[in-house]
Design a protein around this ligand. Structure first.
Ligand code: SF4
Ligand code: SF4
Length: 185
């Protein structure tokens, strides 16, 4: 199936990705360097270079509904390798945000993990690992996810049964409030 439909170029999509990322996607000349250095290509449905091409050609739905943007590790290798200094990792990040906002998120568990992680940081000022594991397990209906790691980590005191008490918890929560306020403007 041809995922590039040049007749249906959504220019608004290109503009939005460019504004939100601060990058000029027209600079990409499809050399493939980003794809060659990406450690996650082996699990992607579309390599990162093709996602750049989809973005350049205004293929909103194809770009926002691919799995790859949810599996990206934000390792920055693509950004480092781009000969045109395009911050490709930032574009992947923007696509992930847009995918979430427009209801295209394909990897529900990745989205759920990110939501649970951020909710833990908002509540406790930093992540409460045990709470995160329990909440993610319950909400994803996969209570035993990574359960085999527990016996290895517990003796090293890397998992705490109670949340850490940190200074400035209210200030961290305020960051989340400001983000929400910004979204309403
Ligand atoms: S940031 Fe994402 S797309 Fe770029 S190389 Fe790393 S895993 Fe691949
Ligand atoms: S490395 Fe840069 S120029 Fe080459 S395909 Fe990737 S984004 Fe485009």
């Amino acid at each position: 199936m041809n995922i590039f439909n040049f007749k249906d170029c959504d220019e608004g999509f290109i503009r939005e990705v460019e504004e939100r990322s601060g990058q000029d996607v027209s600079q990409c000349y499809q050399c493939g360097n980003c794809t060659a250095g990406c450690p996650y290509t082996f699990v992607y449905d579309l390599p990162v270079g093709r996602i750049m091409r989809l973005t350049q050609t205004g293929q909103r739905k194809a770009a926002l509904s691919c799995r790859s943007i949810w599996l990206c590790a934000s390792c920055q290798s693509c950004t480092t390798r781009c000969p045109n200094n395009i911050d490709v990792a930032c574009i992947m990040d923007v696509l992930r945000h847009m995918s979430r906002e427009e209801g295209y998120a394909t990897e529900k568990d990745v989205k759920l993990f990110a939501d649970t992680f951020l909710s833990s940081v908002e509540r406790f000022g930093r992540v409460y690992e045990m709470g995160l594991m329990a909440e993610y397990g319950a909400r994803s209906l996969k209570p035993w996810t990574d359960g085999d790691l527990g016996p290895k980590i517990l003796p090293k005191f890397k998992l705490h049964f109670m949340p850490h008490s940190i200074k400035g918890r209210d200030k961290v929560a305020r960051i989340f409030d400001r983000f929400r306020e910004g979204q309403m403007q």
